[in-house]
Write a protein of this length. Sequence first.
Length: 178
Amino acid sequence: MVGMVFCATWSAFGSFEKGLLFGLPDVIATVNLNSPYNFENNEHYRINVGPLAPTIDQLNSPDAQVYQERSCYGNETRAVSYYLADHPLRKWWELLPQRQELNEAVPYKVLSKSTTIIRKTNIEARKWLCAKLGEDLKNTITQRWLLGVMEGKSIDNYHALGKVRISHMAREHLLVTH
């Protein structure tokens, strides 16, 4: 997530730093930025950022002519894109160990477990609420349905629900009708 936000921000600055003011063509990348990985191979970097900022490889070899040219140009124009190339957040994100494995391998198992727990909890909560209200499980629980069910109940039935959070509107409805 950090990488995606950083790359999107960097690309946005790069797209603003185009045109006659910077001595560059008005062409900007308009494709979606789907992943922060290999950002330097993405059209956003090549078109928006690349003319103003050195790549990681160029940062690692500051004696190279390409690095010298881009650094001189970026520094003289005071382009934000140039300063973001060497930003500590970028360095930190680039150095994260196994960031791609973390991003791809874990979520499915975690998501499937979480989904199972949520579904089970929702079913148990639904059964409990319908049992307390004496209603059929086939109904979809909505605010309108709940107001309709509670309309025929006394305030004691409302309190019997315990800590179930019913909307403010439902409480007002109960207090007015009973």
